[in-house]
Design a protein around this ligand. Structure first.
Ligand code: HEC
Ligand code: HEC
Length: 383
């Protein structure tokens, strides 16, 4: 009985190693052998080693040295101007329509909640709440991530249940705890407003019936694909070392040296993979089962998308449940939970000073669009 209980998580770790070994990492094979002999903490530490190795020599060679712009470019990459999607080409007409729809409260049942209610573009694309308020003041169970740079991520939502921002945008409109609308209501409202009918025809000229739920999501996503925020760190990556202060560069070195880049790498400084929250030590408050809710695979319990850290200094509170308000505390929690490491105050402060350089600079300023008026046939708000 006891053996059975112990076997389960161990098997899932073994599967994970097996997957790494099969797919991407030659080192994982030798660890598999070790795995079959050991379990528990040692194995988890081995897993972390595998992860560090998987992410390549770039990260390893940077450990212990000052990270220069070229190395940073290899670890993180260059921020594009627009996060293109060949399946939904970004055009000026789609961006303009998508921007209006992003601010459009009439996409919600009550006509009082828009995307911008929970992803306020005046608040770095988040809402500053632990968990968001939706239809009839219902409280959700997860923290609203920023929409800024969200289109760069390899999948959408904390648990990655949508493959991209196009698929994602449909979720909140229909979610009974969020905007609580139906596809039919959305189409009826939009078709009753002549200026929207014209705007959909211009944005989707190839479609016979362009005012649809599908194109609503596509237009919003096209707008989101433009919401990328260059920062001082991008100037550093572009080859300007003095874009960061000495203290911030030290922070970057610490961020790399302690192993944060094992997971928070790529152009979003995260947003490129799933990982278990609590790889080494599970935080005791963590209840959300994360990706397990999507896959029902026991190995996915407490697995979440590694979030992008762009603008992280502007988007407290932190973590999937918005339970931590201090960035310094979030950094210490991460080091302990993910790397088994207790950071000193100085190390945590140093990392925070680096994270500050990921804030949009210049600040993103989005003007509020003028939305067209309803007609007499527009379905009324249902509060
Ligand atoms: C009632 C609040 C609320 C509204 C309204 C809302 N969202 Fe969200 N949004 C959230 C929450 C909470 C999450 C995280 C949910 C999860 O991961 O399960 C989220 C997740 C997202 C994500 C994923 C970000 C990431 O890093 O994975 C995007 C993109 C997004 N929303 C865009 C939108 C758009 C576009 C709209 C309008 C169509 C919208 N949201 C409306 C609360 C809201
Ligand atoms: C093994 C992978 C991994 C490592 C290593 C890691 N992180 Fe994370 N990080 C994650 C995951 C997964 C989450 C999402 C946790 C959750 O569900 O809230 C996260 C979340 C965060 C958040 C909260 C972001 C937000 O918007 O709520 C911060 C800040 C953060 N990490 C910083 C760091 C720092 C600093 C380090 C190094 C000390 C680090 N992480 C190391 C995987 C990792």
């Amino acid at each position: 009985m006891l053996d059975g209980l112990r076997q389960k998580p161990v098997n899932s770790k073994r599967n994970f190693l097996q997957k790494l070994a099969d797919r991407e990492n030659p080192h994982a094979r030798s660890f598999l052998v070790a795995f079959d002999r050991e379990d528990g903490m040692i194995v988890r530490r081995l897993l972390l080693c595998v992860l560090v190795l998987t992410n390549g020599c770039v990260i390893r060679s940077a450990i212990g040295q000052a990270v220069d712009p070229d190395q940073a470019k290899q670890i993180f990459g260059v921020l594009p101007k627009i996060a293109e999607n060949p399946q939904n080409p970004v055009t000026p007409e789609k961006i303009a329509l998508g921007k209006s729809l992003y601010f459009e409260r009439r996409l919600s049942k009550s006509s009082s909640i828009s995307c911008n209610s929970c992803h306020d573009l005046g608040m770095a694309g988040a809402d500053g709440l632990s968990t968001s308020l939706g239809y009839r003041w219902q409280l959700g169970s997860r923290n609203a991530p920023s929409v800024l740079n969200a289109a760069l991520e390899f999948s959408s939502f904390w648990d990655g249940r949508a493959k991209d921002v196009e698929e994602q945008a449909k979720g909140p409109i229909l979610n009974p705890k969020e905007m609580a609308a139906t596809k039919e209501l959305v189409v009826q409202r939009l078709k009753s407003i002549p200026a929207y009918v014209d705007a959909f025809h211009n944005a989707f000229p190839e479609e016979k019936d362009p005012v649809s739920f599908e194109s609503t999501a596509k237009a919003i996503a096209a707008f989101e694909r433009t919401l990328l925020t260059p920062s001082r760190f991008d100037q550093f990556i572009a080859g300007n070392p003095s874009a960061l202060t000495e203290q911030e560069r030290q922070g970057l070195n610490t961020f790399v040296a302690v192993g944060c880049t094992t997971c928070h790498n790529g152009v979003g400084v995260g947003g490129g993979r799933f990982q278990k929250f609590g790889l080494i030590h599970k935080p005791d408050w963590l209840k959300d089962l994360g990706r397990y809710e999507v896959t029902k695979n026991p190995a996915d319990k407490y697995v979440f998308k590694v979030p992008s850290l762009r603008n992280v200094a502007l988007t407290a509170p932190y973590f999937n449940d918005g339970s931590v308000w201090s960035l310094e505390e979030a950094v210490k929690t991460m080091a302990f939970a993910q790397l088994g490491r207790t950071l000193s105050d100085a190390e945590a402060k140093s990392i925070v000073s680096f994270l500050n350089t990921l804030s949009a600079d210049p600040a993103l300023v989005v003007s509020t669009p003028n939305l067209p008026p309803s007609s007499l046939s527009t379905p009324k708000p249902m509060p």
